[in-house]
Design a protein around this ligand. Structure first.
Ligand code: KIV
Ligand code: NA
Length: 252
């Protein structure tokens, strides 16, 4: 069970894979922390699974500040990763200022999407001593630009690009890198090439850790679930049952 980002290098070389989950509110964060999750991510998936938006591009810094603050109130131990949302890191100056805002909410580190093309922003953050988590592969904030969600690492050029991105973030001092939706062999290869811990989602089992969107795990967002996410509870079903019982009791 991780208590500090400083323990990440030691977990990379030995010990179980990192178990990472998202949280957006106080009670969920408190439960995840008590259950022993290694890292808690306040993801901008917030926009979709909590706020009902069609994708993550509508999430703002104000929303991330609001929810990161709530999550950090519920966490005693697990380091919290906060996502920099769409359009909050278009320049290195903006990236640093917004990273500082999320750190002030109690986050242990910040994450943004992109590799080589985001190096000036990443360097601004790491040079200021703010722990940084990368995110490469399928990038949800680029969904409009790319015209959909596509698995990465299927062609030789895209594999070279993913490796270059991972190595650039690693050299810039990332403590971890999320590898989202890529060919498993590529995620495994990247994991062996870099010092940073890799945290996979839809990227096979050869990474240093796994991350899941908690509503997918607990079945609280039943309208869409990615194929790799196994629901281990039926919170939506239980909620419907309880509410229907309540309605029936009140009406009788
Ligand atoms: O926002 C999020 O939940 C994420 C994970 C999918 C890695 O970035
Ligand atoms: Na995200």
């Amino acid at each position: 069970m991780l208590t500090s980002l400083n323990d990440l290098p030691q977990r990379k070389t030995g010990g179980p894979q990192l178990a990472v989950l998202t949280a957006y509110d106080y009670p969920t964060a408190r439960l995840l922390d008590d259950a022993g999750v290694d890292l808690i991510l306040v993801g901008d998936s917030l926009g979709m699974v909590v706020l009902g938006m069609p994708d993550t591009t509508g999430v703002t810094m104000e929303m991330m500040v609001h929810h990161t603050t709530a999550v950090c109130r519920g966490v005693k131990r697990a380091p919290v990763i906060a996502d920099l949302p769409f359009d909050s890191y278009s320049t290195p100056e903006l990236a640093l200022a917004n990273a500082r805002r999320l750190m002030d909410c109690g986050a242990a580190c910040v994450k943004l999407e992109g590799g080589v093309s985001m190096l000036p922003q990443v360097r601004a953050i790491t040079d200021a001593g703010i722990p940084f988590v990368g995110h490469i592969g399928m990038l949800p904030q680029s969904v409009k630009l790319e015209g959909g969600y596509k698995k990465k690492g299927k062609t030789a050029e895209s594999v070279d690009q993913l490796i270059a991105d991972a190595q650039a973030l690693d050299e810039a001092g990332a403590v971890a890198i999320v590898l989202e939706s890529m060919v498993p062999a590529v995620a495994t290869q990247i994991t062996g090439l870099i010092k940073a811990s890799t945290i996979g989602i839809g990227a096979g089992s050869g990474t240093d850790g796994q991350v899941l969107v908690t509503p997918d795990l607990i079945g609280s967002f039943p309208w869409f679930r990615p194929p790799f996410a196994k629901a281990r509870a039926d919170v939506a079903g239980e909620t419907l049952r309880a509410v229907r019982e309540y309605i029936a009791e009140v009406q009788s």
